[in-house]
Design a protein around this ligand. Structure first.
Ligand code: ATP
Ligand code: MG
Length: 426
């Protein structure tokens, strides 16, 4: 992609109505732009990042047997009424001029149970897991966290169906392991945090919290072990002994500390909830008739789980976690392009030709390159490269001769390599 042809341009100043660092940097770089409160356009650069994140999520969901599908966003009132979720404050609900009443999907337990009811008949049809990556709509109160909390936002939601609780418990652990892989690949350190089960279960649910001052949640955690609970369930204060060390109190299986006597001290931090996992039980399968015949011939409701990852929230989280005073620092797997190629002094036709050759060779190889071919100063090119945060920068200039100067955005180290070496590396 030629930078001179990009739909967007960089900006020196952030829009005045953006307070959050993620929204400021994403607007300055031309990744995303607010259209109204909590509603953003993902511009071509931002959309690339969203797709990269979605792809990582997709691969890990496929790896645990998730099948991708697409539910509707328009869900008729009758479906919400079945689960008693019509008329909640969170939903955008309306009547069309023709008189049909719909709610925009803010979650899809109803849709997944409605679909599963048509195919799950026998214990042989279980377990099953389906997921989608789709925009959700929620009437969030005034959003000031930028893209961390949207009124329209991209979520991955997975729903699983099981013959019994034990099978759900097994799958729940599989999803937790898959989520951990997603967050490792995207360079988002998370704390698996126990949270309240809400109205439908007395078991804990689990949130994946990325500790960051930008977070809206409060997380109690132990720096010495894996123990972590959110504000609604924590019974300790910061500075107290880590509860994982209390003899006789079993740690949750999902959060098993390395040692039963940890001896750490509880700390408190802000967290961004980037994902969560719920055991739903049979509430939705009963409401929608997701029933199966077991080995003895009796009919039973399937046991369900639901599991979310905030895909667009993850994009904003990456910006909050990985930036410096000059701009964004995308991790490799989320970077909008693999390489940002800067050609300095392209007025010199020999330099221009070398830059072209590097661009063509890499592109032919399938490497995604953003080529800064604009007639602007070297300083501006370097500044914009730091702002955009593409994980690898390549410079061709009179000074680099036949070689290419490579620098990772997250490092100060520069390396001079030949085109062949660069192609090998990429
Ligand atoms: P929160 O407590 O932050 O409102 P939630 O408990 O409502 O989140 P879920 O309904 O389970 O979250 O949604 C699954 C995931 O979707 C969350 O873990 C989060 O990453 C993301 N998410 C939820 N609400 C938003 C939002 N308004 N904007 C962006 N992402 C969101
Ligand atoms: Mg919410």
């Amino acid at each position: 992609m030629l930078q001179s042809e990009l739909f967007t341009k960089t900006r020196k100043e952030a829009p005045k109505d953006e307070e959050a660092i993620n929204a400021q940097l994403l607007a300055r770089g031309g990744f995303a732009r607010k259209m109204s409160a909590g509603v953003y356009t993902y511009l071509p650069l931002g959309f690339r990042v969203l797709q990269k994140i979605a792809q990582v999520v997709r691969e890990e969901m496929n790896a645990i047997g998730g099948e991708e599908l697409l539910f509707p966003a328009l869900i008729a009132r009758e479906h919400w009424e079945k689960s008693k979720r019509w008329g909640l404050r969170v939903g955008y609900e309306f009547k069309s001029p023709a008189g049909d009443e719909v709610g925009l999907g803010w979650t899809h337990e109803e849709a997944s149970a409605f679909a599963a009811a048509q195919f799950i008949e026998s214990y042989k049809d279980l377990p099953r897991a389906v997921y989608q990556i789709q925009n959700k709509f929620r009437a969030e109160a005034r959003a000031k966290s930028g893209l961390l909390r949207g009124r329209e936002f991209l979520m991955k939601d997975l729903y699983s169906f099981h013959a019994d609780k034990a099978d759900l418990d097994l799958y729940y652990q599989k999803v937790i392991a898959a989520y951990k892989k997603v967050f490792v690949r995207l360079n988002v350190p998370v704390r698996l945090t126990e949270a309240g089960g809400g109205a439908f279960t007395d078991e804990y649910t689990h949130e994946f919290q990325a500790l960051s001052p930008a977070g809206e949640d409060t997380v109690y955690y132990c720096p010495k072990c894996d123990w972590s609970q959110n504000e609604e369930v924590a019974k300790v204060k910061d500075g107290e002994r880590c509860p994982a060390s209390t003899a006789g109190e079993p740690a949750s299986s999902a959060n098993e500390p390395a040692s039963s006597v940890c001896g750490g001290t509880v700390a408190i931090a802000r967290g961004i909830e980037v994902g969560n996992v719920f055991k739903l039980g049979t509430r939705y399968s009963e409401a929608f008739g997701v029933q199966f015949t077991d080995q003895t011939g009796s009919k039973k409701p399937a046991v369900m789980g639901s599991y979310g990852i905030g895909v667009s929230r993850l994009l904003a989280t990456l910006v909050e976690l990985h930036h410096d005073e000059r701009g964004i620092i995308w991790p490799k797997e989320a970077s909008p392009f693999a390489v940002h190629l800067l050609v300095l002094g392209a007025e010199d036709t020999a330099v221009e030709a070398r830059g072209r050759k590097v661009y063509d060779s890499l592109t032919k190889r399938g490497v995604e390159v953003l080529y800064d071919d604009r007639a602007v100063s070297a300083g501006e090119k370097f500044g914009d490269a730091d702002l955009l945060g593409i994980s690898l920068r390549a410079v061709v200039s009179a000074k680099t001769g036949d070689k290419i100067e490579l620098k990772r955005r997250d490092s100060k180290e520069v390396k001079l390599v030949t085109l062949e070496e660069a192609m090998e590396m990429l």
